[in-house]
Design a binder for this molecule. Structure first.
Ligand SMILES: Cc1ncc(COP(=O)(O)O)c(C=O)c1O
Length: 490
């Protein structure tokens, strides 16, 4: 698919009021330049694109741009699994990204809840360089100093945090899907050991969940858009309604070997599980001898202000298996499946494995990132920043009461439920220098780096307000350029 900027978008942008963000010098330049351009006999398309460039601080790159040339050169060689918006990012620092045209963007997405310490954290980069010059990979056939050190740290920090009080051992892998794949396999294995008849194999997950794209984790992700092209799914998966306590009894039965749930659904719309629901689920798992799996791949690692999102729950709601990835490597691909002793004793040599998982490079980096993310000061800061976001959200909701219908989430995994498609807002924000993503159905999702400052929150929320004003107040049509979101409906 070629890089295209629709002429309709350009025309729309031409009629847009100048963003308050544009500084007075560029404003002055823009008005005299646009008058000159308008009177010139340049082709209309070029006139439009010049005017648009002057209009917005980060107008999406035009067809004639360096970005478009690069994209058009590369795209034919890439399997088209993603639709990306026009800019091409080449540099990051802290909470900012720069595109190949050297335009700066404030990043409220953190690579989908990954770069918790911001982009290119200098200490992480230094460590990565040191370890890359020492030892990168040996395979799991041999010991190395870092896979075990990371595993020990994951268990110790989990126990110290007051979450999963039975945490005992970790399996290190490369991604969230793989962490869940291991969890699903471990649950099946437990089912086989507990009930050798082979009848205890069912896995339960919930609507609007997202657990990954591998066949096992996909089978636990009941979204027809993802499952249908690859049907049939792995047999034995059942789906329930999130937070429906009454439905648990029929859903989780003697045939259930495992239940997997996100304590806060990320892709599904920033939906928070209630304490009562998780307690009831744990109780039912105990009754039938099923393993309870918490997928904290998006909501874990201090994003809620606690090391694990379920850390505020009483121990009777703690899981048997906990999965993590995303922020664990702050951008370096790594994941982990943490299990209790009851699960660990049922997994034997040869049951599961990975070539790259737990390599010294990734494990050393993750060990360091975990030590930074479990810092109580950072966690306290997350809760303060949540307050700052909520204050701005309230103000925005007062300004757009019919558009923003609900504010959801915890810590720095927050959602604004809109009554309309947020795609034009995403585009308008990007063109004003802010990256924000969606989830669920018409939800704006906020998963910024945890190190974001209150000044950066203010800056981003100001841009978001301007973007929403451009889309909703000036009753003009801004056509959104689609960037793919995991759970976006269309
Ligand atoms: C809750 C949750 N689980 C699993 C995954 C899959 O992780 P990965 O994309 O690293 O395979 C994601 C990714 O968005 C996620 O949010």
């Amino acid at each position: 698919m070629a890089f295209r900027v629709s002429s309709r978008r350009l025309c729309v942008a031409l009629t847009a009021p100048r963003a308050a963000l544009v500084n007075p010098i560029s404003k002055r330049y823009a008005s005299s330049a646009s008058a000159a351009v308008a009177q010139s006999n340049l082709p209309k398309g070029l006139k439009d694109s010049i005017a648009k460039e002057a209009w917005l601080p980060n107008s999406d790159p035009a067809e004639s741009s360096q970005t478009a040339r690069l994209v058009n050169d590369q795209l034919p060689f890439m399997v088209p699994t993603y639709v990306r918006p026009p800019p091409m990012f080449e540099k990051g620092e802290g909470c900012y990204l720069w595109d190949v045209e050297n335009r700066k963007y404030l990043d409220f997405t953190a690579g989908i809840a990954v770069n918790a310490l911001g982009h290119c954290d200098p200490e992480m980069a230094k460590l990565l360089g040191q370890q890359a010059q020492t030892l990168i990979h040996t395979s799991n056939l041999y010991h190395n100093p870092w896979t075990g050190t990371l595993s020990k740290s994951l268990i110790e920090k989990t126990l110290e945090s007051g979450a999963m009080h039975t945490a005992s051992k970790a399996f290190i892998c490369n991604s969230g899907s793989e962490a869940n794949e291991a969890a699903i396999k471990f649950a099946r294995k437990v089912g086989k050991v507990v009930d050798p008849s082979g009848e205890k194999y069912e896995l339960v997950s919930f609507h609007n969940s997202f657990h990954g794209r591998t066949m096992g984790s996909l089978s636990a992700t009941p979204n027809p858009k993802y499952q249908k092209p690859f049907a049939p799914m792995v047999p034995g998966f059942k789906y329930g309604t999130y937070n429906d306590i009454d439905g648990i009894k029929d859903l989780v039965t003697d045939k259930t070997c495992g239940v997997i749930i996100e304590p806060i659904q990320g892709e599904g719309g920033v939906n928070v599980a209630t304490e009562e629901f998780l307690i009831a689920l744990r109780k039912r798992c105990d009754e039938v001898g099923a393993v309870l799996i918490y997928d904290e791949i998006q909501c874990g690692l201090s994003r809620t202000g606690l090391l694990w999102a379920h850390g505020s729950l009483p121990s009777e709601a703690h899981p048997d298996i906990l999965t993590t990835a995303k922020a664990l490597g702050n951008g370096f691909p790594i994941g982990a499946t943490i299990v209790n002793e009851a699960v660990a004793t049922k997994i034997v040599t040869g049951d599961h494995g990975t070539t790259f998982g737990g390599n010294p490079l990734g494990s050393r980096v993750a060990h360091y990132i975990l030590s930074r993310l479990s810092d109580p000061e950072l966690q306290k800061g997350v809760l303060e920043k949540e307050k700052a976001f909520r204050k701005h959200f309230k103000a925005l909701q007062n300004r757009f009461p019919s558009i923003i219908t609900e504010i959801r989430g915890k810590g720095l995994i927050l959602g604004l439920q809109l009554s309309q498609d947020p795609t034009p807002v995403i585009t308008a924000a990007r063109e004003r220098g802010l990256l924000v993503i969606t989830c669920g159905t018409n939800t704006l999702r906020f998963v910024p780096p945890l190190v974001i400052s209150e000044a950066e929150i203010e800056e981003g929320m100001k841009i978001l307000g301007e973007a929403m004003a451009a889309v909703f107040e000036e009753s003009r049509e801004i056509e959104g350029t689609k960037g793919q979101q995991e759970m976006q409906d269309s």
